[in-house]
Write a protein that binds this ligand. Structure first.
Ligand SMILES: [Zn+2]
Length: 159
């Protein structure tokens, strides 16, 4: 009996191609951001709110002014869409040496997680209508950012 030919044919198992599946995952890798013409530091007028990506903001930006938690857990910028933050400028509240709540006479920038609840924790009158997406940021927003803005803030925009 000769069943050798049958065995080798059975081993030639052709697996389906998966290359078109892996391609989808790479769409918005942060490394595709061009190095030239980085967006300017957002400077909204007091009462207005802007979005910014942590990679383009001052390195010192670290804490959410709403919930007090880190914007860069472990010191590293989170993956999109959570590398997008909300910023506004206001007179910061702080506790002095006697433990009394003080208002800074100076207007400074504060930052929040991409979460309306974080913003409302510090700015109870926060309304999505006072949010702006800086023009120079739009080309740096990925599909994940777009989705998060829509789901979390109800903001839809056309890039
Ligand atoms: Zn927060």
């Amino acid at each position: 009996m000769n069943n050798q030919a049958r065995t080798s044919r059975a081993e030639r198992h052709v697996r389906p191609h998966e290359s078109n599946i892996t391609a989808i995952h790479d769409v918005s890798s942060p490394t595709t951001v061009p190095a030239m013409s980085i967006p300017a530091q957002p400077k909204p007028a007091p009462g207005l709110f802007m979005f910014g990506r942590l990679a383009f903001l001052d390195n010192k930006v670290s804490r959410c002014y709403g919930c007090g938690e880190a914007l860069k857990p472990g010191g590293s910028i989170p993956d999109p869409p959570d590398d997008l933050v909300v910023t506004t400028r206001l007179n910061r509240l702080y506790y002095n040496q006697d433990g009394q709540l003080q208002t800074s006479p100076r207007i400074s920038s504060v930052y929040f997680h991409l979460n309306p609840q974080c913003v409302r924790a510090a700015c109870p009158l926060f309304a999505v209508t006072s949010c702006q997406i800086p023009n120079d940021l739009v080309s740096f927003l990925s599909l994940q950012h777009q989705k998060a803005l829509l789901e979390r803030f109800g903001i839809a925009y056309v890039s």
